[in-house]
Design a protein around this ligand. Structure first.
Ligand code: FUC
Length: 767
C-alpha cells in the first residue's frame, strides 16, 4: 500500500468516526450543531447577534450566509492601531464578498449551521431546482480560511468575488487572485491620538473554479457557469511580540502569498479533513452529556431554542452545546498568536467597545478559565507569550509610577485596567493584575505537572510579581500587611487594604511558596513569603454577615450594604478562582461569601453572571449555580427586572445573543468562557488537594456523564452519574505518576496511578 493510500484510508476512517459517534450513538448523542433557518442580517446588528464565528486562533471571520451575497467579515488578531504609549484599538481587517445575483430571491429550504466539533460553517438552500451548499472553515494547519461553494447540478454558479480592505490598502487583481496590501502608518481614528504605529498587512483571496470560466471584472473576479467555486483567504500583519523590534517583524506579503498558494494547490477536501482532524484533536478531548432534550425542543432552530430555554429551561443538550461552544471559541481565538481579547478575535468596528482590548481586572483572566479544566491547556500559551513579551514595557511604566519602601526603586511590574498588545495601558491601576496573571502560570503547572514550564516560565514570573509585592506592601500599626491605595474593581474608593488586593496577593504568595517547594529552591524566599502571606490583612465578616469588600466596614448609603448590587464581586476572588476560602476549609467565611452573593443578586453583565455561577459551584450549591446558568444562557436582559435600583446601569442586562455569543451587553466574549469554566466547576473541583466529583450537580442534570475534564495533579477525569447520584469515576494519569484522594460528598477514596494508567472507581467504593 502506498503512503498516499494509507493516508487516504486514515482520513476516510476519521470522517467515518464522526459519523459513528454522532449518528450511531444511543440516546443523547451530543447535539453540537448551531442551526438557523435564516441568514444573518448583513448589518451591525446581524454581525453582533446573528452571524457565526469561525477562527483558527489567529485569523477568523463572521459568516452571514445571505444566499445572494455571502459575506466573510474577517480579522487578524494582531491588527491593532496604537503603540506602546497610545492605546489604539483592535481593528477590522476586510471582507470577502461573493455575489450570486440570481440567488437574491426565490430560495427555499434555507439552513445555516455551525458544527462545533468539525469547525465548519455550512449554508444549504434550494434555488431553481438546484441544491446549493457552502462550507467555510478556518484552518490552523493551513493558516487560511476556506469557502467552498458547491451544488448538486453542474454549471450553475455565476457570480463574482470581491475583497475589501478597511484601511485604504491598494487593491489589485492578477490571474485568479485578489490582493490587498497596506499599512496602518498615518491611520488615525477621529478621537484617538496619533501613534508611531507602522504596521503593514496583507490579505489575498485565490478563486478557483471547477468548470465554467473565470474572468477579471474591474476589481472583482467573476465566474460563470461553474460547477463549484473555492475561495482561499489568507491574511497577516507585520506584528511580532518583541518590544526590542518595536513589534515590527517584516512585511507579511511573502508569507501570506505562500500560505494562500500552498493551500490553494491542495485538494479542498484534503484541507477540510486536515482541519477537522486538527480541531477534533482538541475538541474531542471532552465529551459532556447532561441528559436528553425532548425531540420537539431539539428540533427548534438555535435562536428559537434559546428563547424557549429562556422561558422554561429544560434543555440539557443546549446547555452542553453552550459548554462546548466556549471550548470551540477558545480554539478559534487563542492559538499561535495573541491571546483572545474582549471579542475573542472578531470585530467589525474601527472603534469597538473598550477597544476590544485586554482588560486586566476580570476579562482576560476569565477568557482563560476554561483552558486548563476543559483540557485545552496549550491554548493558554498565547496568554503566557503576551505576558512575557510585554513585561519589559510594563516594567518601565511601573517604575515611573511606583516606588518601594522609602522611595527605593520597585522590582517587577504591574498593570492598569486597560492594555493593548504593544504594552500601552490606560485607566486606573489594577495593582494586583500582576499577581492575578501569575495565578494562570501557576495553574498551568498545577493542571499539567509540566515541571520544565514551572521552572523556566512560571516560577520566574511568579517570583517577579512577588518581588513587587515584597517591595510595595505596607505595614499597619497593628503589624498587618496591606496593599496600599488599591481599588476594588470598579467600585468604591481607592484606599489601603481592599479585600480584592489582599486576597490576590495571598494567592500569589501561597502559590509561589508551593512552587519553590516543588522546585526545591529559594528556601529563604519561601520562609519570607510564608511569613508575609500570614501577616496579610485577611478576609473579615461584617455587620450583616457579609464578606467585607474593604479593610473596614463602610458606613455609606450604598457601598457595603445589602442593597449594593454592583456587577463586580471582586472580594470573592478568594472563593473563585482563588482557594483561600471554601465551605470545608473556612465555613464561616464561606457563609459570609454566600451572604454577599445573595445580596449582590443574580442579574448582571454576562461575565458577572458567569463568575457568580462559578462562586455558587465553589459553594457546592448546584441549584443556585444552575439558576445562574439560566441567567447567562438567556435572552439578554431576561433577568434585569429582578434587579433595578441604584447600580443598575449596564449591570443587569447580560445574557446570550441568538448566535450564542455572550452579551455584556454589547457582545463581549468573556461570559462565554466564564460560563464554560463554571459548568466544569459544577462537575469537578480540584483546588483543595483532592479531586471532588459532582460538587455542584443540579437536579436539571439528573443523569449524565462527562469525559476528559482535567484536574490539578495532571489527571483526566471521567464521571458517570444516574438520578443525581455518582455511578463511577475514572481517573487517568496521562503524563505523570500520581496519587490522589477522590471525594464525593462526605465520602473519600484514594487512587494511585503510574503514568499512562487509568482506574475506574464505582460509587460503592467511596467510604
Ligand atoms: C470591566 C468591566 C466592564 C466591562 C469592561 C470591558 O471594566 O467592569 O463591565 O466588562 O471591563
Amino acid at each position: 500500500m502506498t503512503l498516499n493510500h494509507t493516508l487516504r484510508l486514515a482520513l476516510a476512517a476519521t470522517s467515518l468516526g464522526f459519523g459513528l459517534t454522532f449518528a450511531g450513538a444511543a440516546l443523547a448523542a451530543p447535539d453540537l450543531v448551531l442551526r438557523y433557518n435564516a441568514p444573518a442580517q448583513d448589518n451591525d446588528t446581524g454581525w453582533e447577534k446573528e452571524a457565526l464565528p469561525i477562527g483558527n486562533g489567529r485569523i477568523g471571520a463572521m459568516v452571514f450566509g445571505q444566499p445572494g451575497r455571502e459575506h466573510l467579515q474577517f480579522n487578524d488578531i494582531t491588527l491593532w492601531t496604537g503603540d506602546d504609549k497610545t492605546m489604539g484599538a483592535f481593528q477590522p481587517f476586510g471582507d470577502v464578498l461573493v455575489d450570486l445575483p440570481a440567488h437574491a430571491s426565490g430560495v427555499t429550504n434555507y439552513r445555516r449551521t455551525l458544527d462545533l466539533v468539525r469547525g465548519v460553517h455550512t449554508v444549504t438552500y434550494t434555488h431553481d431546482g438546484v441544491n446549493y451548499k457552502r462550507e467555510a472553515w478556518a484552518s490552523y494547519p493551513a493558516q487560511v480560511i476556506v469557502l467552498r461553494l458547491s451544488a448538486d447540478k453542474p454549471g450553475r454558479y455565476t457570480g463574482s468575488v470581491a475583497l475589501t480592505d478597511r484601511h485604504g490598502a491598494n487593491l489589485a487583481v492578477s490571474g485568479n487572485r485578489l490582493y490587498a496590501a497596506g499599512t496602518l502608518a498615518g491611520f488615525v481614528l477621529p478621537d484617538q491620538a496619533p501613534s508611531t504605529n507602522v504596521m503593514s498587512y496583507a490579505s489575498q483571496v485565490q478563486v478557483q473554479n471547477d468548470g465554467g470560466k473565470l474572468a477579471v471584472d474591474g476589481k472583482r473576479i467573476g465566474f460563470a457557469n461553474a460547477n463549484s467555486v473555492t475561495l482561499v483567504l489568507g491574511a497577516g500583519t507585520s506584528f511580532v511580540m518583541d518590544p526590542a523590534r518595536r513589534f515590527e517583524g517584516g512585511h507579511p506579503l511573502a508569507r501570506v502569498t505562500q500560505q494562500v498558494s500552498t493551500a490553494a494547490a491542495r485538494p479542498v477536501d484534503e484541507l477540510r479533513v486536515e482541519h477537522e482532524r486538527d480541531l477534533g484533536g482538541l475538541l474531542k478531548r471532552v465529551e459532556l452529556d447532561l441528559g436528553p432534550t425532548l425531540a420537539e425542543r431539539r428540533a427548534l432552530p438555535t435562536d428559537a431554542r434559546l428563547l424557549a430555554y429562556t422561558r422554561e429551561g429544560g434543555d440539557p443538550e443546549l446547555e452542553a452545546q453552550y459548554f462546548q461552544y466556549g471550548r470551540y471559541l477558545l480554539t478559534a481565538s487563542s492559538r499561535g498568536s495573541l491571546p483572545a481579547n474582549l471579542q475573542g478575535l472578531w470585530n467589525n468596528s474601527y472603534a469597538p467597545p473598550w477597544n476590544a482590548d485586554y482588560h486586566t481586572n476580570i476579562n482576560v483572566q476569565m477568557n482563560y478559565w476554561p483552558a486548563e479544566v476543559t483540557n485545552l491547556s496549550e491554548l493558554a500559551e498565547p496568554f503566557f507569550g503576551f505576558v512575557n513579551g510585554l513585561a519589559p514595557v510594563w516594567r518601565q511604566q511601573t517604575a515611573q509610577e511606583f516606588k518601594g519602601k522609602d522611595g527605593a526603586p520597585i522590582r517587577g511590574w504591574t498593570l492598569r485596567t486597560e492594555s493593548n498588545p504593544f504594552g500601552a495601558m490606560g485607566y486606573l491601576w489594577n495593582q494586583t493584575g500582576n499577581a492575578w496573571y501569575a495565578q494562570h502560570f501557576w495553574e498551568h503547572y498545577a493542571f499539567t505537572r509540566d515541571e520544565r514550564f514551572l521552572r523556566e516560565t512560571a516560577y520566574p514570573m511568579m517570583k517577579e510579581a512577588a518581588a513587587f509585592w515584597q517591595d510595595y506592601l505596607k505595614v499597619l500599626p497593628d503589624g498587618r500587611l496591606v496593599a496600599p491605595q488599591g481599588w476594588s474593581p470598579e467600585h468604591g474608593p481607592v484606599e489601603d487594604g481592599v479585600a480584592y488586593d489582599q486576597q490576590i496577593v495571598w494567592d500569589l504568595f501561597n502559590n509561589t511558596v508551593e512552587a519553590a517547594g516543588i522546585l526545591d529552591i529559594d528556601p529563604e524566599l519561601r520562609a519570607e513569603l510564608t511569613n508575609m502571606r500570614d501577616r496579610l490583612a485577611g478576609p473579615r465578616i461584617g455587620s450583616w454577615g457579609q464578606l467585607l469588600e474593604w479593610l473596614d466596614e463602610k458606613h455609606d448609603p450604598v457601598l457595603d450594604t445589602p442593597q449594593d448590587t454592583h456587577r463586580h464581586v471582586s472580594h470573592l476572588f478568594a472563593l473563585f478562582p482563588g482557594r483561600q476560602i471554601g465551605p470545608v476549609k473556612t465555613p464561616e467565611l464561606a457563609a459570609a461569601a454566600k451572604r454577599t452573593l445573595e445580596a449582590r443578586g443574580d442579574a448582571g453583565t454576562g461575565w458577572s453572571m458567569a463568575w457568580k455561577m462559578a462562586f455558587w459551584a465553589r459553594l457546592h450549591d448546584g441549584e443556585r449555580a444552575h439558576r445562574m446558568l439560566r441567567g447567562v444562557l438567556a435572552a439578554p436582559g431576561a433577568r434585569a427586572a429582578e434587579q433595578g435600583g441604584i447600580f443598575s446601569e449596564h449591570n443587569n442586562a447580560g445574557g446570550t445573543y441568538p448566535n450564542l455569543l455572550d452579551a455584556h451587553p454589547p457582545f463581549q466574549i468573556d461570559g462565554n468562557f466564564g460560563a464554560t469554566a463554571a459548568m466544569a466547576e459544577m462537575l469537578v473541583q480540584s483546588h483543595a488537594g483532592e479531586i471532588q466529583v459532582l460538587p455542584g450537580l443540579p437536579k436539571a442534570w439528573a443523569t449524565g456523564s462527562v469525559k476528559g475534564l482535567r484536574a490539578r495533579g495532571g489527571f483526566e477525569v471521567d464521571i458517570v452519574w444516574r438520578k443525581g447520584l455518582l455511578k463511577n469515576v475514572t481517573v487517568r494519569a496521562p503524563s505523570n505518576d500520581g496519587k490522589v484522594k477522590l471525594r464525593y460528598g462526605a465520602w473519600v477514596t484514594e487512587v494511585e496511578l503510574k503514568q499512562g494508567q487509568s482506574r475506574t472507581v464505582s460509587a460503592s467504593l467511596f467510604k
